[in-house]
Ligand binder design. Structure first.
Ligand code: SF4
Length: 246
C-alpha cells in the first residue's frame, strides 16, 4: 500500500481543487481517443460501473488481449464534454464507480486529466460517491513521478505492464506483478479488502454485442480467449477478427 500522492499544485492543481469543490471546470474542446464506453460494467471493480476504454497504447505487452486498442486513431476522438454527458445519461446519475482502461490512459495525459476533472466535478455537484479506478501499463514509480496530479484525482490504480509469463494474480488484474493501489480515502475505504483478493474470488466476464461485434469485458484467465474461439468453431461460428492477435 502506498501513501496518497502529494496535493496538486499550480494551474492544473487549482482546476483539481475547483473540481473537488464542485466549481465550474472547463473541459473546453478537449477530446479523447476512445475505443469504447459501456454501462453497466460489473467485472472491473466493485458495483455497477461506467467503463471507458481509451484508444492507443504504446506499451505493447506480449499476450495483450486488447490489441485493437493499440493504434492511435483520430477517427475515435470524442469531445470530453460529450463523453461526460453520456456518462450522466446512461448511469442515471448513480454509478458505483468509473473504470478507465484501454489502451493506455496515460498516453493521452491532457485528455485523461480533463476527463478526471470533469468526473470529479460531476461527483461533487451531484453529491455522488462513485469511485474512479484507472488501469495503466506503466510502472507505479514512473506514474508517481510523472503523473502525480492525475493520480491525485484517482481513487485507485492498477499499474504495471501485463506479463503473460506470470500467473494471473489478484482480482481484476491480468498478471501477478500488477498491484491494486488505493490512492484516496474513498479508495482505501472501498478497495482495501480487494488488494490481496485472488482473481478466483470473482472470475466472470461480460459479453456485449454491438454493431455485429462481440465485446468480452473483464480479465480473462490464461488461454480463456483461445478456448472461446475453439468452442465457437466447434459450433460452426468462425471468429473473423479477434483482438488478442494481430
Ligand atoms: S495490456 Fe494494457 S498496457 Fe499492455 S499492451 Fe495491452 S492495453 Fe497496453
Amino acid at each position: 500500500m502506498m501513501a496518497a500522492p502529494p496535493h496538486p499544485v499550480g494551474k492544473r492543481g487549482a482546476q483539481a481543487a475547483r473540481a473537488a469543490r464542485g466549481g465550474t471546470v472547463h473541459v473546453g474542446r478537449k477530446v479523447i481517443e476512445l475505443n469504447k464506453a459501456h454501462w453497466p460494467v460489473t467485472v472491473l471493480g466493485p458495483g455497477r460501473r461506467i467503463g471507458l476504454w481509451v484508444q492507443g497504447c504504446s506499451i505493447h505487452c506480449p499476450g495483450c488481449v486488447s490489441q485493437d486498442t493499440w493504434p492511435r486513431d483520430a477517427g475515435t476522438r470524442i469531445a470530453i464534454a460529450d463523453l461526460l454527458a453520456w456518462c450522466r445519461k446512461v448511469s442515471a446519475g448513480a454509478p458505483d464507480g468509473v473504470t478507465i482502461s484501454g489502451g493506455e490512459p496515460f498516453d493521452q495525459p491532457d485528455a485523461l486529466h480533463a476527463l478526471l476533472l470533469g468526473l470529479t466535478a460531476w461527483r461533487h455537484e451531484q453529491r455522488l460517491d462513485f469511485d474512479i479506478l484507472c488501469y495503466s501499463g506503466y510502472p507505479l514509480r514512473r506514474l508517481e513521478k510523472e503523473h502525480a496530479r492525475r493520480l491525485a484525482l484517482l481513487d485507485a490504480l492498477i499499474p504495471e505492464p501485463y506479463v503473460d509469463t506470470l500467473p494471473q494474480g489478484g482480482l481484476w488484474r491480468g498478471s501477478r506483478n500488477q498491484p491494486l493501489v488505493p490512492l484516496s480515502p474513498r479508495g482505501h475505504a472501498r478497495y482495501a479488502d480487494y488488494v490481496d483478493a485472488p482473481a478466483t474470488d470473482d472470475k466472470r466476464m461480460q459479453a456485449a454485442i454491438e454493431g455485429g461485434r462481440v465485446w468480452m469485458i473483464g480479465i480473462p484467465g490464461r488461454g480463456d480467449m483461445a478456448r472461446v474461439e475453439a468452442l465457437c468453431a466447434q459450433r460452426g461460428v468462425a471468429l473473423t477478427e479477434v483482438s488478442w492477435r494481430r
